[in-house]
Design a protein around this ligand. Structure first.
Ligand SMILES: Nc1ncnc2c1ncn2[C@@H]1O[C@H](COP(=O)(O)OP(=O)(O)OP(=O)(O)O)[C@@H](O)[C@H]1O
Ligand code: SF4
Ligand SMILES: [Mg+2]
Length: 375
């Protein structure tokens, strides 16, 4: 079950649908930005007791300079494995069997492990939900930051000043003292800020943020996501923001990819997706968001049923067992197809789903800040 709580991020605002001219304009702006990351036909399998099961099934993703692109879906849909496949950090029993992950024209999947190590931290960095899994408990914050800072040319005498400035930039008070501390001497929120400082220390082209704030209180969550977005825009870098929280998507993403059972089932600019969801699964996700502009209900509608098990994915559309729109032809897997300018959905009844969407049906979702609304 997925529930996003938009209420946590401030006052609501109902999004309006893009008309075609808006959408074409947005498409033009987005495609005018240089392309940073282009993932094509990514396919990743997991070995369980000697049998390979597909976890990521032909994923395409694009991130442009200055853009935050969300990857959203229920637990187990394959979001983290997609990210880890791009960064080539998957567990030993998981391997990518085909596809490309082009970072500024260079396929990360065809680099040697040595070349890839040189790019991690420098050109591509990751922020995870639990900083203690990424921070080294026996090294000080300075040692860990300095290692990444040195991945770009820098005078030896400047490294410490740069480390302190980075900590300050991510909102750590008294950074001169904290830079010499060990991770266990810092609070959870501070550790996440250190992770963020490490992630941006070498000015990476792409930051992959995998549920970067889920474990944090609402205020720290908003501050950290604001910092990340600010960095991405300032540096003309890109962010792949992984989350199951549609409220976070509404506030921080420029465009959205909805993932279900290893596949991207819908993608669109954020306003378009929230105003005109074309896939029944996306509609379910949006219906389960808490709304501040509606009377309080005792229970939010959840998507009935469970996602398919890895070991027993249905043939055809993977959403079939839970879909109210299901018909016989859903036994064939529908391809991602255009349903509007820069809007695609993998549903054979997407046109009918779109026809049935009205702003009052709970499909229009809120923005939360004036800045976001002005996007
Ligand atoms: N090392 C592993 N061995 C076996 N199965 C795995 C392994 N890693 C991931 N999986 C399975 O692959 C599927 C996708 O996992 P993934 O971690 O990408 O999900 P997710 O979308 O990130 O979920 P969450 O929102 O809970 O983080 C899940 O069914 C998960 O159980
Ligand atoms: S293809 Fe069929 S089962 Fe899948 S989401 Fe569309 S209507 Fe539902
Ligand atoms: Mg995950």
């Amino acid at each position: 079950m997925v529930r996003g709580v938009v209420a946590a991020h401030g006052a609501p605002r109902v999004l309006r649908s893009l008309n075609d001219a808006d959408a074409r304009g947005l498409l033009k702006v987005m495609s005018a930005e240089p392309e940073l990351l282009n993932v094509r036909a990514l396919r990743t399998v997991v070995d369980i007791d000697g049998t390979d099961y597909v976890i990521v099934d032909g994923v395409d993703l694009d991130v442009h300079a200055g853009q935050s692109v969300a990857l959203v879906g229920e637990s187990g849909s394959g979001k983290s494995v997609t990210a880890l496949s791009i960064a080539r950090l998957n567990a030993r029993n998981i391997r990518t069997i085909s596809g490309q992950a082009m970072l500024e024209g260079e396929d990360l999947l065809s680099l040697s492990e040595r070349e890839m190590r040189a790019r991690r931290g420098r050109d591509i960095s990751m922020v995870f939900q639990e900083p203690m899994t990424s921070l080294n408990p026996v090294l000080t914050v300075f040692t860990q930051l300095a290692e990444i800072i040195r991945r770009r040319p820098v005078a030896r005498s400047e490294v410490r000043a740069r480390a302190i400035a980075l900590l300050e930039s991510v909102g750590i008070s008294t950074p001169e003292a904290r830079v010499d501390m060990y991770p266990h001497q810092l609070s959870g929120g501070m550790r996440q800020r250190v992770m963020l400082a490490i992630a941006i220390a070498a000015h990476p082209r792409i930051v992959i943020a995998d549920e970067p704030t889920t474990a944090l209180d609402v205020t720290t969550q908003a501050q950290i996501l604001d910092l990340l977005r600010h960095h991405v825009r300032n540096m003309r870098a890109g962010m792949l923001l992984i989350t199951h929280d549609m409220g976070v998507v509404a506030r921080y993403a420029d465009s959205v990819n909805v993932m279900y059972s290893g596949c991207i089932v819908e993608r669109a600019p954020v306003r378009e997706l929230f105003a005109r969801p074309a896939h029944p699964y996306t509609r379910g996700l949006l219906k389960s968001i808490a709304r501040l502009d509606r009377p309080r209900v005792s229970r939010l509608p959840a998507i009935e049923g469970l996602p398919p098990q890895l070991t027993s994915r249905p043939a055809g559309c993977p959403f079939q067992p839970r879909c109210a729109y299901r018909v016989a032809r859903c036994a064939q897997m529908p391809p991602l197809a255009a349903v509007g300018a820069s809007h695609e959905a993998a549903c054979c009844r997407a046109a009918e789903v779109l026809e049935s969407v009205t702003p009052d049906a709970g499909m229009a979702v809120m923005e939360t800040t004036d800045e976001a609304a002005a996007r």
